[in-house]
Ligand binder design. Structure first.
Ligand code: ZN
Length: 320
């Protein structure tokens, strides 16, 4: 089994100016590409290559890997949490003596398995039957107001149950706030010694645009290259569901799914591509009915190696 060291560290980059020579282990289902063969000619076996690299450099690399991961998450980290939300535990005392709540460095999967939790998220997740009914009641009232505002009579027969139906539908569209990564993955990570690319493609995704509360729908393709551990294959669509059943923008949704898989599985790399059509663009505003928005997030070896990335893109049919 071949492991990638994280070449994000400057030391590594220096050493491996010709990165193509790396045993692209796994990226390797197509390992008989002529170009790759050419590169490997000298170090004909992967073993030779990795043993040559063994030694103290490996230790340094592993350390650097964590740092690199952290720095990549920054764009997610900033907007991810409702600042009003205080984690209940894990507090530390700052130098000045005031208590500062400690937060997970990556809000994609928080200390309690939630993702991007806010005050509302936790309230919704932990409510009892009585509170759930109160929530529904409040929503019904709001929908009734909306009906009045669009120029309708909420008391006419066809609309009588609409506030109730819409409230329930909206709760279902946003079901993902009640899910946690821990519940979804539920120990379905298996030590398999498998290091080849795994792709689940054409996962149907329905989400709500957080700017207009209007749906955007499309397909998501998730790929990863395991580092010995694989995840139950059905978990990938479930992770996509969890994040899409929230108020989203496509860019963030793509990133969150990728980072969640990265975090849960710690694979060599994760790639997520999403193609979607936004009703807020189709039905209003610019009214472009055929425009598709494509977003992608490449982590680990997919980010570093164009060959691995291209293999993924051609397998999902985007790299035509
Ligand atoms: Zn929108």
């Amino acid at each position: 089994m071949t492991r990638y060291d994280d070449p994000d560290s400057p030391t590594v980059q220096k050493k491996r100016s010709h990165e193509n020579e790396l045993p692209s282990s796994s990226g390797s289902s197509s390992s008989d590409e002529p170009s790759r063969k050419k590169h490997r000619r000298s170090g004909s076996s992967k073993k030779n290559h990795s043993t040559r690299k063994n030694g103290d450099s490996e230790v340094a690399l592993n350390g650097a890997g964590a740092g690199a991961l952290k720095s990549r998450r920054n764009s997610l980290g900033k907007a991810a949490r409702d600042p009003r939300d205080e984690p209940p535990k894990k507090r530390r005392v700052s130098i000045a003596g005031e208590v500062v709540p400690t937060r997970s460095p990556t809000p994609v999967v928080d200390f309690d398995g939630l993702s991007r939790p806010s005050r509302g998220t936790r309230e919704r997740r932990e409510e009892n039957a009585e509170q759930a009914e109160a929530r529904l009641q409040k929503m019904r009232g709001a929908v009734r107001t909306l009906l009045e505002c669009v120029g309708e009579d909420p008391d006419r027969e066809g609309l009588l149950d609409t506030p109730s139906r819409y409230a329930k539908a909206l709760l279902s569209f946003t079901q993902g706030y009640q899910d946690s990564i821990e519940d979804i993955v539920n120990r379905a990570v298996f030590r398999e010694g498998h290091n080849e690319m795994v792709i689940v493609k054409d996962i149907e995704v329905f989400s709500l645009c957080e700017h207009h509360l209007v749906p955007f729908t499309g397909k998501m393709h998730i790929g990863y290259i395991p580092k010995d551990n694989v995840i139950g294959i059905s978990k990938l669509p479930r992770i996509a569901d969890m994040f899409s059943r929230r108020l989203q923008i496509q860019e963030r949704l793509t990133k969150e799914v990728a980072h969640a898989v990265m975090e849960t599985l710690k694979p060599q790399g994760v790639a997520v591509v999403m193609e979607a059509s936004h009703l807020c663009m189709v039905m209003r505003g610019v009214q472009k009915t055929t425009a598709t928005t494509i977003t992608s997030c490449m982590l680990g070896c997919f980010e570093r190696k164009s060959k691995t990335r291209n293999e993924f893109l051609s397998l999902i049919g985007v790299n035509r």
